[in-house]
Design a binder for this molecule. Structure first.
Ligand code: BG6
Length: 474
């Protein structure tokens, strides 16, 4: 059901993330009847250029019109808009924000929960947290922190310490929107609610795993953010590693709270620290000419890597991860390659098992996603010839579209419910930076790749004798 009454304070309310995801997402939750019975959303940003309430409402309307799933109109929009207000805050001068929060709480009456969403650049996390502590706003509240959480182990530890000085871990919600995607959560259902797959989900039966998130978009003008971050920190140490945690984890004792996060953390602790020789960093041709990019930039816009998990389930099974900007297609796919049966009884054409491929389980977690089991079947006709065929479950054709929640929507709802299961925990995040450390210390040089390609050629050698399962090469 809907969560209890809330005042949501949105830091970075006029920024990109709020415009593209958070404001449209909150409106979608409202339309879906999933917002609290009574709520207020207080936007905040530094005083310079801060909007009035009316301007903020117009800004939100624009954002929903451009990026939302339904038009900002009718009584539902009016109710949502009426819940919006704005209060500017600078370090040491947060009176307008304090006044706006007090006003919102008074309007709701009772004791609504406070939820702070830090949709600000990572460099600003600490000052915002300090402001919440100094002003007393933090009291009893919960905080959502955006990614990337730090830039290396030392900065992640420092950030955790700064946050824990104000919020204990039970009130910290480190968001990774991939963990809110329907098909990602469905990995848990697929694995632990069905007797069909889990018995195969190990090194005996799976030869390799590929986690592939190519993006068609380039950096879309986010030069400043991107130059300081790069694909590895933006996507791999966050989204791709979190996916890996779900794919590789042991059955949790429960699906809530720390049970799930304990299993995630165990996977992260079994990950072998990255070997820079098993990483390809790429940069698309033309990146250095983008406005705001250093003409000699060594920032990667692409990363491919081979990762090992040293535990009983996965020893010896390579995990191949790839993501990058300006690639041929935008996709979100996890592929589990199954081993060939012990005896090869059928003449197989070379293509069917090229690169060790045999059966595959393909989890596509593009919103809302699908699952495909690739089989070998007999071709109709007199001869015993095999070919491949798909068993497909597709969210879109199986369920009504209005029930889908996007990643951010699902996670905003869980944060209001106080459920941390799908948020990252301090120990897990710190361990991932530890895994990343050898690469961060000695990154291989970036290799150029053509926009519209699948990345630098050297990624082939990285996964030999396997091959990348590319959508257009099936
Ligand atoms: C964000 C990254 O976290 O995820 C972006 O900062 C990236 O660079 C985006 O494009 C991808 O998310 P999705 O859900 O569109 O695949």
């Amino acid at each position: 059901g809907p969560p209890a009454d809330h005042v949501i304070v949105l830091f970075g309310a006029t920024g990109d993330l709020a415009r593209r995801k958070l404001l449209p997402g909150l409106f979608h939750l409202a339309r879906a009847g999933l917002m609290p019975p009574r709520y207020r959303i207080v936007g905040t940003a530094p005083a310079a250029g801060a909007p009035t309430d009316a301007e903020f409402r117009a800004h939100a309307r624009q954002a929903v019109a451009e990026f939302g799933r339904s038009r900002p109109e009718g009584p539902e929009w009016e109710a949502f808009e009426a819940a919006l207000s704005f209060g500017a805050a600078d370090t040491g001068a947060a009176e307008p924000l304090l006044a706006a929060v007090r006003e919102a709480e008074a309007a709701l009456g009772g004791r609504p929960h406070r939820l702070f969403h830090l949709a600000v650049p990572p460099v600003a996390f600490r000052s915002v947290v300090a402001l919440l502590g100094d002003t007393g706003l933090a009291e009893g509240g919960r905080v959502i922190v955006e990614k990337p959480f730090g830039t290396d182990l030392a900065s992640a530890r420092a950030l955790n310490a700064a946050i824990h000085a104000v919020f204990d871990e039970s009130r910290v919600f480190r968001i990774d929107h991939f963990l809110g995607k329907e098909a990602v959560d469905n990995v848990l259902a697929l694995r632990f609610a069905n007797g069909l797959f889990e018995p195969l989900w190990n090194r005996e039966h799976i030869s390799h795993v590929q986690i592939d998130v190519p993006e068609h978009i380039d950096i879309q003008g986010r030069a400043r953010f991107f130059e300081g971050t790069g694909t590895f920190r933006d996507m791999v140490v966050t989204h791709l590693f979190q996916l890996l945690g779900f794919i590789a984890m042991e059955p949790p004792v429960a699906l809530e709270g720390d049970a799930l996060r304990d299993e995630q953390a165990k996977v992260f602790h079994s990950m072998r620290p990255l070997d820079p020789a098993h990483v390809v960093r790429g940069q698309y041709t033309g990146y250095r000419e983008e406005q705001g990019v250093d003409p000699a930039s060594e920032t990667e816009t692409f990363a491919a890597l081979r990762v090992g998990i040293d535990n009983w389930r996965w020893a010896g099974v390579p995990f191949h991860l790839r993501t990058g900007k300006a690639l041929a297609e935008g996709r979100h796919v996890v592929t589990l390659g199954l081993r060939e049966p012990v005896l090869r009884m059928f003449p197989l054409d070379a293509r069917a098992t090229a690169g060790g491929r045999c059966n595959e389980l393909v989890i596509d977690f593009g919103d809302p996603g699908s699952i495909t089991t690739r089989l070998l079947v007999k071709e109709p006709g007199p001869s015993m010839r095999l070919t491949d065929a798909d068993l497909v479950f597709n969210y879109r054709t199986s369920f009504a579209a209005q029930n889908f929640l996007e990643g951010y929507e699902h996670l905003l709802l869980e944060a209001m419910r106080g459920n941390q299961a799908l948020f990252t925990r301090s120990d897990g995040v710190e361990r991932l930076w530890e895994v990343a450390a050898p690469l961060l210390d000695a990154p291989p040089p970036v290799e150029p790749y053509a926009p519209g390609s699948w990345g630098p050629d050297s990624i082939e050698a990285l996964v030999a004798p396997y091959r990348w399962h590319l959508p257009d090469r099936r």
